[in-house]
Ligand binder design. Sequence first.
Ligand code: PEP
Ligand code: CO
Length: 437
Amino acid sequence: MPAVQQPQWPDSGDLERALKQISTFPPLVFAGEARSLQAALGQVASGNAFLLQAGDCAESFEEFTAVNIREKLRIILQMAVMLTYSMGVPVVKVGRIAGQFAKPRSANTEKVGNIDLPVFRGHMVNDPAAHEDARRPNPDRLIQAYHQSASTLNLLRAFTKGGFADLNRVHAWNQEFVATSAEGQRYEQVAGEIERALAFMRACGVDTETNSALHQVDVYTSHEALILGYEEALTRQDSLTGGWYDCSAHMLWIGERTRQLDGAHIEFLRGVGNPIGCKIGKETNVDFVLNLCETLNPSRIPGRLTLITRMGADHVVDALRPLLRAVRDTGHPVVWACDPMHANTFTAPNGRKTRHFDDIIREITGFVLAHRAEGTWPGGIHIELTGENVTECLGGAEAVSNEDLDTRYETVCDPRLNARQSLDLAFRVTELIRDKK
Ligand code: PEP
Ligand code: CO
């Protein structure tokens, strides 16, 4: 089947050797974990939990440090605890992390000065530097992506199970540059309430120090399953059930540019047991979405399929409502998640690709309104963010302005919310959902 968005690897022998090697490496995740995530997403599908999927647009081989991983986890934990506390439902946490290294692109080449260069396709394919050599796809990068994913996941597991994510440390997740901001103060207040609730539970005789539900969290991994050779090399048969799982991450998604019903990406993911996502743009029609549900989830397993809508702040209500209605009427148990980032991107006067915080909030608002109108559950959000104090998206409570964009613009692909904007967003979401519940 046609596989779009695949790199033109210069030497098929080198590619084969790299993939063969990866196919002998240990899997990154265990099938049982993918099933646990699917069960948790099943709760989201039925309106009893909320999905927070977040992380970089593209992970970087250059920004590969413990601090970077920790700060990303920290903001995800902060957002999740605020969402849990005010919505009163479990929050399923999924990172765009430990494998998010490949990017689909709208054009094969880009103009730099007077020359046409092949586009940057993510660090697992080539390098973003603006010269021909850097842009040549190199299969050794697939192996490097595997190793970076393995170490990232290792540290995530250590942090989430080893004490860093302990709810008793809720205050410690507030970074200094966040704590001094208005949203950081608001966080402190809620964290204080949580602390008092924990003290109350202790006074009642509940041991909050050893209770694993308070001491540990599950943070799952996900990425766009774009480079099919890599995904295939990590697809293994589960020894417990005999089923096939793509063990490069717990959850995989299909992007807006690769979701052809007769294409290789859908065909591949149809055959693995992981929970899967599919991006849905504003042009999508009812027939396509119903076809997608039947193709990817014929057995109607709750949590198997997440539809991630990315329609744009101005279009979301009108474009989404007919889809919600149609899927609801067929009884397909999908998770509906809102990606308010990808259809609200524009170029700022200084040439930087950016997004405005207000548009991002407007798309989430439209998403929630559409769900309320159709009686369906606005199941989650899908966000590009970083724990660092970057200036890539405009606006927010402590507004990033056009002039600020050059100060700390560090993304290797799309503009991300910084930790303050992300926390601000979490508060807005809790207000929206609480009001609409
Ligand atoms: C992405 O999630 O980074 C992305 C490229 O999204 P989409 O496929 O929706 O454009
Ligand atoms: Co992106």
